[in-house]
Design a protein around this ligand. Structure first.
Ligand SMILES: Nc1ncnc2c1ncn2[C@@H]1O[C@H](COP(=O)(O)OP(=O)(O)OP(=O)(O)O)[C@@H](O)[C@H]1O
Ligand SMILES: [Mg+2]
Length: 370
């Protein structure tokens, strides 16, 4: 019923005594049980401590690794601005430093690429604008070419036709003059108002046709003549005398008689004044007032024709000097084109404005000799 244990006491290699301990079996069992419990408890505590240490160590390692993973994914998505700066010690720290450097370099490369892309985009935009401008110029030049070719053909054709029509028109004009004279001599015929009205109508239409023919020939360059010193006031008075009381239009003249003579072709300038007067009268179908002014200003002799007629719409203002532009049923649209041609050839200008109180003012500017 006992567990017995002996142990010798050896002194100088000789057994001096023997000690012995005897324990009952029951006491031994209890002692072993208690020892087992203590060992298990210690093992449990050690296991918990080991687990805690493992957990903390794992956290310390995996935290930066997980952040590195997130940062790598962000870079993959091109979100360079969302890459965090990763701080850590040991090998992970070295890896994190290398990663941070790579991220900085990628960020810089990306910034350079972005700059390059922006510069390229603005170059492309600039070039596109230049190309559009060049294309527009090409289209304009093409239009101008077609227009010039058309106009050259028209003016050549109309110049020829006008030349051929001049003689029959002259004959009609002569015949009308003779008929008018014969009528005045015979009181019976002279009292026939219907006949007289129709003869006047023929006369007026012949005048208009002659003016149109003159314009077409002037545009076709048929009547190129040399210039001579000319008194513009004389020319204006002469021109306006044939429009006196025409179609209920009153004509006022405010002329600067101190104005020096200008070097010009009087026939051609007469045509300008005649065309401007005709246009003004046609713009006042129910009558009105045309004022013609001359003045010297800034080295120019200026002649202004102001009417109080219909005025010109903003849309039409840019087109009225174009050949063939007309708003009239019976117009040819050559009147102002001829004015422009003639004044250009004299080194002068012609401009137009709508008056504040209605109607239009055309101003012809002749350069004065210095
Ligand atoms: N004084 C004006 N008032 C208003 N509109 C005008 C005046 N002068 C010219 N215009 C406008 O300019 C257009 C062109 O004039 P332009 O003299 O060239 O041709 P037109 O008078 O129409 O025809 P044409 O002179 O060949 O008989 C006219 O049709 C008219 O619309
Ligand atoms: Mg006209």
């Amino acid at each position: 019923n006992h567990h017995i244990a002996y142990a010798p006491l050896v002194i100088d290699n000789q057994t001096a005594a023997v000690f012995g301990v005897a324990l009952t079996t029951e006491a031994t069992g209890q002692f072993i049980d208690r020892l087992t419990t203590v060992i298990l408890a210690i093992a449990g505590v050690v296991a918990m401590l080991a687990g805690l240490i493992c957990y903390v160590a794992a956290k310390k390692f995996t935290g930066p690794i997980l952040r590195l993973k997130d940062a790598a994914l962000a870079i993959g998505r091109g979100e360079f601005d969302r890459v965090p700066n990763i701080n850590s010690g040991g090998e992970i720290g070295v890896l994190a430093d290398a990663f941070n450097q790579m991220a900085d370099q990628l960020l810089e490369t990306n910034r350079l690429l972005e700059e390059g892309r922006n510069a390229l985009e603005s170059r492309v935009l600039e070039r596109t604008r230049e190309l559009e401008g060049a294309n527009q110029k090409l289209v304009d030049a093409q239009e101008q070419l077609v227009k010039s070719a058309k106009l050259a053909a028209i003016s050549q054709l109309s110049g020829g036709i006008a030349h051929d029509l001049r003689n029959p028109l002259g004959a009609i004009k002569n015949a009308t003059y003779i008929l008018n004279r014969t009528m005045s001599a015979d009181a019976t015929i002279n009292s026939n108002t219907k006949l007289k009205r129709n003869l006047d109508l023929i006369g007026a239409q012949v005048d208009r046709a002659e003016r149109t023919i003159g314009n077409l020939m002037a545009y076709a360059g048929v009547n190129r003549l040399d210039g001579e010193p000319t008194d513009l006031n004389d020319l204006i008075q002469d021109c306006l005398s044939s429009f006196v009381d025409k179609d209920g239009v009153e004509i006022a003249q405010h002329l600067d008689f101190a104005m020096p003579k200008v070097l010009c072709n009087s026939d051609q300038i007469h045509r300008i004044f005649s065309n401007l007067t005709t246009n003004a009268i046609e713009a006042m179908p129910h009558g009105g007032r045309l004022t013609v002014r001359t003045r010297t200003e800034s080295g120019f002799a200026r002649v202004a024709f102001s009417d109080n007629g219909t005025g010109i719409s903003d849309a039409d203002l840019g087109k009225i000097f174009d050949p063939l532009f007309t708003s009239k049923v019976s117009g040819t649209g050559f009147g102002l084109a001829v004015c422009q041609e003639i004044i250009d050839a004299h080194g002068g200008t012609i401009d137009v404005t709508n008056n504040d109180d209605g109607g239009t003012t055309f101003t012809v500017n002749f350069p004065l000799p210095e």
